[in-house]
Design a protein around this ligand. Sequence first.
Ligand code: NAD
Length: 508
Amino acid sequence: MALLEKSVNLSIMHVEQKSAAEVVATARDAFNKGFTKNVKHRMKHLKSFKKFLDENEESIVQAMHEDLRKQREEARFEISIAVNHLKYLMANLKEWVEPKRPPKRWLELLDGVYVYHDPLGVVLVMGAWNVPLLTLVPVTGAMAAGNCVVIKPSHNCPAFGNMLAKVLPTYLDSMCYPVFLGDIDQTKILLEQRFDYIYYTGSTSVGKIVHLAANKYLTPTTLELGGKNPVYIDPSADLELTATRVMWGKCFNSGQACIAPDYVLCTKSVEKEFVLHARNALKKFYGDDPRCCPIVNDQHFKRLQSLMTGLNIVIGGRTDPLENYIEPTVATGVSPNDPIMQEEIFGPILPIVTVTCFKEAVKFINRREKPLALYIFTKNSSVKNYIIEHTSSGGVTVNDTLMHLMVESLPFGGVGLSGMGCYKGKSSFFTFVHKKSVLVKNFNGIIEKINRLRYPPYSSQKTDVMGFLLKYRRGPSWIWLFYVGIFLIGFVVGFLVFNYFALMNDMK
Ligand code: NAD
């Protein structure tokens, strides 16, 4: 409530904006002038971005509340993920930008062999409404990689977008890192511009539009999409903790999260116990009137209401059309053919489909599109390993939900219809660079003698020698060096012991 009273109507702030073509042209000009290639410039702006997050936490929380009535702590959670990501980038940037020296063959022993990490140019990052800041986190990876970045928040979170467009330019160079606001038509015009990379987060259907637009210039693209994330609950799992963790994942942002658990697969007896614990967990979370945040708009509210029709609801089920609230809801006896099992739910409704064993659950998962996230609850490691090895998904968390996204060093992204490409960890940087191969030769006489092997007149003898020099050979591994070290230490110790006894003998 306090938050509501304090909030200002950010959505009516007027933000002057250049056309899409002008914004991209300015960013391209800035890139060509080489500002963002400078590592000090990158580091300075990453620090400024962090300062923006630190100093504007309250405005960000307010904006998200205004757009989505997002709960304060969930908004702060998003901010802390963004801050941690920035810290990770800053801690590793110097090492990542350095050209790497891959292993060489005999033929290149006297040459320089390098991989440079070139920024791509002008990158477009498009965010989604449900986690408006989190979906713009790839912006910082693109900045670290030395690109200019056009930042495009979702048109469905105007307060957040306006706040960003007003405040971010006071921290970042807006020629290099402009914020572009626009409705669907303006976004379409933006997508007609030429970019060097597009990083899109949102629904699969709009993802296809973005991919099609990118095709015009063969622009490489990452698509962070959604889908139905299964939860398999094994009879061996601690069902009380399982229910707590699944219900937390389902209620976070009212289930409006790309990695929210979508549906549960378990046996009939697990279902019975799970429902009992899920009810208790909700009571502990919310008391007698369980409410997460409201559903984003009337259209999604009505969609969810219609998905609930005909379900055997065992927990929750109440809705409030005036406020767009849907109570956290659990339904049992759900058939794979029910409408709720045909699309990503993106709301606080958890259907349970019963299976007879984990192998049937695997078959069920594999008959459907590859999910963004898969959750496995079990104490049995062979069940865990079997499911991980026999399914394909963007990521997996065992015995919890949502948490793989929080591990900074793990890449995050989808597979198949849940997306392509990833960010986080090293991927945040390496997604936005071109790995440029560089071979440096010199005019050394020995090298020229070797070079003559490839010049005409050709002979089979020359070709054989070339083949020998070009042959791939595995270099010595560290373990080999370890054994050599052990051998040398043993040799020295043996030598000293032998001499010691020889000396003792002489003294006798
Ligand atoms: P959205 O409406 O915010 O759209 C996403 C982006 O596309 C926005 O920038 C929007 O302005 C733009 N856009 C929307 N319609 C467009 C059109 N017709 N033409 C051009 N641009 C358009 O978000 P959404 O699509 O409703 O997002 C929800 C989906 O996003 C869910 O499926 C969710 O699972 C997925 N999601 C995925 C991730 C992830 O990291 N994989 C994160 C958050 C959300």
